[in-house]
Design a protein around this ligand. Structure first.
Ligand code: PMP
Ligand code: GLN
Length: 385
């Protein structure tokens, strides 16, 4: 986790946002919306502060938020979860992932199967927990895993199969065959499924299917989500982990010594958000879908090949071939602010050192920005031609 000189290495997101700030470039790198979320949610946080919800909340989360999460799981997915036993609130999905991996991993013989490219904290937390990372590649342009490679990766050494659906950075939504195979393999090898579904409501073609709803999955699945994505409040850091109570308790045992409790006034506000009508959830997906299309059109016009995402904030594009040697996404992204006034993230940042070469031509752009910002970014990229 440290740079060769012993200093803390910034994450790719911090590095690229700093580059955007320093150069004045449009930031299509780090995935965060540039507009506030719904008024009802923002007002609920202000009201909570005004009404004295400012001290340590309960460690599992405030009861109203736990109930709202339980109601949400039933309304959208038909899942019945006990708000007192089957869910805890965490400091965003990031802490949910860290405490889950630290809780479930026993030692260096444990393996965690992840799909590569992967969100950066997965490999970091597996390393912190002292386990081995086993990767299954997702390949351009559809980014679905090959089922034989998935079967080869999972064994009796597998403690966790870590899924992220919809997927960051590729925007892929796994097919039903892939989801079913994950459950079958977890059952066969007695592994736990940890599923990061933070983009559950940012999905464009079909309703989201939580792995926990599949036959045989619930009792071995921990589902991670985040209010940051669904309510455009990424800075509030309210996430949660749900699943069978024994697994959730193991996560809580670690979580209580990481952050103890989280953001008291933000919790009732996220509860308000989870109780918004269905129209809110449909509207955020369709607005982001329109932005995805706008970004995709702009990227194609600028000479990129585009993998059309089915969900998430992100679109992956292949760097235009200018006949001047093999593309290198990291160099390309470093030069992009000066060349085009745009920041994006190389896909290599989401792969381990041994597989980075497989993603060297690919760049991730965030579509979760205002329409006029995406139009300006598209114009700038087009002018680079
Ligand atoms: N998982 C994935 C796949 C993400 O994209 C993010 C957000 N960058 C997180 C986890 C972390 O979410 P949070 O901000 O709630 O910690
Ligand atoms: N999830 C966002 C992304 O992938 C932001 C992550 C972060 O800043 N840690 O860009």
């Amino acid at each position: 986790l440290l740079a060769p000189d012993g200093s803390a290495r910034p994450t790719i997101f911090a590095e690229m946002s700093a580059l955007a700030a320093a150069t004045g470039a449009i930031n299509l790198g780090q995935g965060f919306p540039d507009e506030d979320g719904p008024d009802a949610v923002l007002t609920a946080a202000r009201d909570a502060i005004a009404h004295g919800v400012n001290q340590y909340p309960p460690g599992r989360g405030i009861p109203d938020l736990l109930s709202a999460i339980s109601e949400h799981q039933l309304r959208f997915y038909g899942l019945r979860i006990d708000p007192h036993r089957d869910v805890i609130v965490t400091a965003g999905a990031t802490e949910a992932l860290a405490s889950t991996l630290l809780a479930l991993i026993d030692g260096p013989d444990d393996e965690v199967v992840v799909f590569e490219p992967y969100y950066d904290s997965y490999a970091a937390c597996v390393a912190l927990a002292g386990a081995r990372l086993v990767t299954v590649p997702l390949r351009w342009p559809h980014f679905q895993p090959d089922l034989d490679q998935l079967r080869d990766a999972v064994s009796d050494r597998t403690r966790i199969i870590l899924v992220n659906d919809p997927h960051n950075p590729t925007g892929a939504v796994f097919t039903a065959e892939v989801r079913d195979e994950v459950v079958r393999l977890a059952e066969k090898h007695d592994a736990v499924i940890v599923t990061d579904e933070v983009y559950e409501h940012l999905i464009f073609d079909e309703p989201h299917v939580p792995i926990a709803t599949l036959p045989g999955a619930w009792e071995r699945t921990l589902t991670i989500s985040s209010g940051g994505k669904t309510f455009s409040t990424t800075g509030w850091k309210i996430g949660w982990v749900s699943g069978p109570s024994a697994l959730v308790d193991a996560v809580l045992a670690v979580k209580q010594f990481l952050t103890y409790v989280n953001g008291a006034p933000f919790q009732p506000a996220i509860a308000t958000g989870l109780r918004l009508p269905d129209t809110y959830f449909a509207a955020i997906a369709s607005a982001l879908r329109a932005k995805r299309d706008l970004l995709g059109t702009g990227l194609r016009a600028a000479g990129f090949e585009v993998s059309v995402p089915s969900g998430s904030y992100f679109t992956v594009a292949r760097i235009p071939d200018r006949g001047d040697g093999p593309a290198d996404a990291a160099d390309f992204c470093r030069a992009l602010p000066a060349r085009a006034g745009v920041v994006a993230i190389p896909l290599t940042a989401f792969a381990g050192p041994e597989h980075r070469g497989d993603y060297a031509e690919l760049v991730r752009f965030a579509a979760c920005k205002r329409v006029e910002v995406l139009e300006e970014a598209a114009a700038r990229l087009g002018a680079m031609l």
